[in-house]
Ligand binder design. Structure first.
Ligand SMILES: [Zn+2]
Ligand SMILES: [Zn+2]
Length: 396
């Protein structure tokens, strides 16, 4: 989900038309030199300095502070606020997210969101997705930034809405100045003030940047490779709790590709998703509003549809007891009935209008009907899991 880091990537490429993957496009030297330099500084020079001289406690503290702020502002701001508009934010919060987001060095909000929206629209398409996993793990991770691939061209038509946000445009115009300021200026000033100039620049500057960038890059590579596809198997995005731990909640990537308008990625209350907790807190403080949530029924429906599809494939492949096929057919019919009933309640609610929802009794009545239908799907999901286990046991 991240983006390139050098100015050349912000310019539209001169390529026209699509290019075969066999004949590799030219290298983007500015990006290549940057990544080599920062990797040497962060992963070679910083550890050597740490062993020979050592770092101050302040340098360690700011490594973690900046790493946390980079991860959270990219996730909350660049991704969930600007790319997907899953909530609205008041200007002070937008300003903080834009300013702190520059330190992650993943290009301006405008460029990042333009590419990310294309990734969602054309996910896995090797001709359109900027970092399609089908072009290979390395390409999805960072190879896409190192060459002038036609798929890396920036389509600013994707972000016309963001061009009306003065904070987004201000950050876009002053991006490189802000980047130098936050990545070099701030560590230098802190280092001078706290008496550990080189330690601060190497650890809180370079090493922090390498770690924070690669963890974000994992969302394009690892989160499209490793994990479960709970909500849709139409694309390669996966749910993975471990990746969520490392990426401030972005590891529930299968859910995210299925419901990109939702401000949460980890939809269950126990899913590790600090970004969703921060957005909810910002909403309590009045800084965020209009938080979008997918109705619980739709989420359960997607999960069940995936379960049904998998079971159907198993039933088609294996020699199974005829009773299981009957059970499957019966369950599927029940599922379709429940969906029809839910749609009927939805229509009724819309027809009843906002006035009816102000009436407490009517509101509770609708809520009860929704809960009943959700409960039916929940029980059905359990039965399907049992059926799946029974089939596995019998196959073994
Ligand atoms: Zn996204
Ligand atoms: Zn993705």
């Amino acid at each position: 989900m991240s983006d390139s880091s050098k100015s050349s990537a912000t310019q539209p490429s001169e390529h026209s038309g699509r290019q075969s993957r066999q004949e590799k496009p030219p290298l983007v030297w500015s990006n290549l030199i940057f990544f080599i330099t920062i990797t040497i500084l962060g992963l070679v020079a910083a550890p050597i300095w740490g062993i020979l001289v050592g770092f101050s406690g302040w340098a360690w503290a700011f490594l973690f502070i900046f790493w946390t702020l980079n991860g959270l502002t990219i996730t909350i701001g660049y991704h969930r606020l600007w790319s997907h508009r899953t909530f609205k934010a008041r200007w002070p919060l937008r300003l903080v997210l834009a300013l702190l987001g520059t330190q992650a060095l993943q290009n301006s909000i405008l460029v990042w969101a333009a590419r990310h929206r294309v990734h969602h629209r054309h996910v896995d398409d090797t001709e359109r997705d900027p970092h399609s996993i089908r072009t290979g793990f390395w390409h999805a991770h960072m190879g896409w930034m190192l060459r002038d691939w036609p798929t890396s061209e920036i389509d600013f038509d994707q972000v016309k809405d963001l061009q009306r946000d003065p904070i987004v445009m201000w950050q876009h115009r002053h991006y490189w100045a802000l980047t130098w300021l936050t990545n070099l200026g701030v560590p230098v000033v802190l280092g001078l003030l706290l008496g550990d100039l080189i330690g601060m620049v190497l650890l809180a500057g370079a090493a922090r940047l390498v770690i924070s960038q690669h963890l974000t890059f994992f969302i394009n590579s690892l989160a499209h490779t490793w994990g479960r596809r709970n909500y849709s198997d139409d694309n390669t995005a996966r749910d993975n709790g471990l990746i969520a731990l490392l990426t401030w909640g972005e590891g529930y990537h299968n859910f995210h590709h299925a419901f990109q308008a939702d401000y949460r990625n980890g939809v269950r209350w126990w899913h590790f998703d600090p970004a969703k907790w921060c957005i909810a807190t910002a909403s309590l403080l009045g800084m965020a509003y209009d938080l979008k949530r997918t109705p619980r029924f739709k989420i359960q429906r997607a999960r069940l549809q995936t379960q049904f599809r998998r079971l159907e494939q198993r039933l088609a492949q294996a020699e199974v007891e005829p009773t299981w096929r009957e059970v499957f057919e019966r369950e599927y019919q029940q599922f379709k009935d429940t969906v029809v009933q839910w749609q009927a309640v939805q229509t009724e609610r819309v027809q009843a209008g906002a006035g009816a929802l102000r009436d407490r009794w009517r509101r509770i009545e609708f809520r009860t009907r929704y809960r009943e239908l959700e409960y039916r799907l929940k029980m059905q999901a359990r039965r399907l899991s049992m059926l799946n286990r029974a089939m596995s046991t019998s196959a073994a």
